[in-house]
Ligand binder design. Structure first.
Ligand SMILES: [Zn+2]
Length: 322
């Protein structure tokens, strides 16, 4: 089965011109080549957080709703960002949290769902010295394949055999809504099916949550709707420091801090996604919050600063010796 992202976008009624559709490549159920494990560990208060790189994909700047060539040029001028043949490359990250004697994984990468440039999160987790069987909770920011795909082992069983799965109730309901699934085109139905398949082995240890519920030791949920209906961040309270894991509030570090109104076509509710992003930028800047994100430049740890009417991302320095 192959599923094009174009058909997903059309199916979700996102009205994107064919030429502007991000070239995420074709989703295929082919086994990925084994990428070198990439990880980075940092200390947040009394928690240890390990950024795990799943891989990368490309998004053309023109794909963003609100794209303006002059603004894009000004944003990228003097930066290190160089669009590749398929656009600006962005990472797919997951985060392992060691806190309170528990191992919590936030998002799982793609596993074999999205081709050979992705699928490395499992190897990065193994390289960190943690076995999948030791993870006690998996938290999902949302149920897109680059976040939930890694729930499944290659044989279709649960990749995290002892983990509870925590997902926002609204997110679970959206992807399991037969009426919505029946309305979308065949390609989009594939995404619904992938989301359902990914969580199916965890039905008996599901922990649905609403609002700002406690979801794991030191971790509480934060609803960040727009990208998907139940898209959620997680706030880690680790004593001296806090960390906000904000999921897909940002897809392009290069473009969206400077242009917070620009939205990616995958946002199910684009105005709401933009409003959520601006609210989070404002809060993170006001509170000097440390943040990580699933598509922030790896390892994705930093702070948000105000920059005139817009914002900038200040990446934290590498932490050595952990
Ligand atoms: Zn994503």
């Amino acid at each position: 089965m192959t599923i094009s992202r174009r058909s997903l976008l059309q199916g979700l009624g996102l009205g994107v011109a064919a030429s502007a559709v991000p070239s995420f490549g074709t989703l295929a159920l082919a086994a990925p080549a084994a990428p070198a494990p990439v990880l980075h560990r940092f200390q947040i208060g009394d928690a240890t957080v390990t950024a795990l790189l799943d891989g990368h994909l490309a998004v053309p700047a023109q794909a963003f709703t609100g794209y303006d060539a002059t603004k894009a040029e000004a944003t990228l001028a003097g930066s290190f960002y160089r669009p590749g043949p398929q656009g600006l490359e962005i990472p797919v990250n997951g985060y392992l949290i060691e806190h309170g004697g528990a191992l919590t994984l936030v998002d799982t990468g793609t596993a074999q769902l999205m081709g050979p440039d992705l699928g490395g999160l499992g190897a990065a987790l193994a390289a960190s010295g943690v076995a999948a069987a030791d993870i006690s909770t998996v938290l999902l920011t949302h149920m897109h394949p680059d976040h939930a795909g890694g729930l499944l082992a290659q044989d279709g069983s649960a990749a995290f055999p002892n983990a509870e799965l925590a997902v926002a109730e609204a997110e679970w309901a959206f992807w399991h809504d037969d009426a919505i699934m029946a309305m979308v085109d065949e390609g989009s139905r594939g995404f619904f099916q992938m989301a359902r398949d990914a969580v199916a082995p965890y039905q008996d240890r599901l922990k649905p949550f609403t609002g700002e519920a406690d979801v794991a030791p030191g971790l509480s949920a934060l609803p960040l709707p727009g990208h998907t209906p139940g898209h959620s961040g997680f706030l880690l309270d680790a004593g001296a420091d806090q960390l906000l894991i904000w999921g897909d509030v940002v897809h392009s570090t290069a473009l969206q801090f400077a242009n917070p109104d620009w939205t990616i076509p995958f946002d199910v509710d684009q105005p709401l996604a933009a409003a959520t992003r601006k609210a989070m930028f404002d809060r993170a800047a006001s509170d000097a919050l440390l943040v990580v994100g699933m598509h922030l430049d790896f390892p994705g740890l930093g702070r948000v600063a105000r920059d005139g009417e817009a914002y900038a991302f200040h990446q934290a320095p590498w932490q050595f010796g952990l």
